[in-house]
Design a protein around this ligand. Structure first.
Ligand code: UDP
Ligand code: MG
Length: 139
């Protein structure tokens, strides 16, 4: 298994609640190297495009509203098996189903306001990294 990159977002709920530092500490303790990071706020069109795969889903409107309600922190992460590894550290989409010690179990309120995004496959990670970072920004 070689070193891989993944993309993550500390979502607006966790940023507003002051949980960014604790979430970053969990990610770093799990062996991820932060190779890009910045705070930003999504415009509606950006959130719609980022989550375009979900545009037919009933939760799409609420998700876009949530993702644009305040600042988020976007991150590029590197580790062996990074995509799968980050999903493990995040926990299940619905915090009610998330394993003990995972970020969503610790901090998420519900299936929508669930603190963190992580890419679901290496191909998705490449697209999502390029959505937010130029390759020259990843150090
Ligand atoms: N989401 C939601 N309701 C649902 C499923 C998902 O509001 O029933 C939101 C939630 O914020 C989730 C995001 O949509 O993180 C993307 O959904 P996905 O199924 O891709 O979950 P993830 O990959 O984030 O675990
Ligand atoms: Mg997903």
């Amino acid at each position: 298994m070689s070193v891989e990159r993944t993309f993550s977002i500390i979502k607006s709920d966790a940023v507003a609640a002051g949980q960014s530092g604790e979430i970053l500490a969990i990610i770093q303790k799990a062996g991820f190297k932060i190779i890009g990071l910045r705070m930003t706020r999504l415009a509606e069109i950006e959130a719609q495009n980022f989550y375009g795969v979900h545009k037919e889903r009933p939760f799409f409107g609420g998700l876009v509203k949530f993702m644009t309600e305040g600042p988020i922190i976007v991150m590029a992460l590197e580790r062996e098996d990074a995509v799968k590894g980050l999903r493990e550290v995040m926990g299940a989409t619905n915090p009610a189903n998330a394993a003990e010690g995972t970020i969503r179990k610790l901090f998420a309120a519900n299936i929508e306001r669930n603190c963190i995004h992580g890419s679901d496959a290496p191909e998705t990670a490449a697209v999502e990294l390029a959505f937010f970072f130029r390759s020259s920004e990843l150090l």
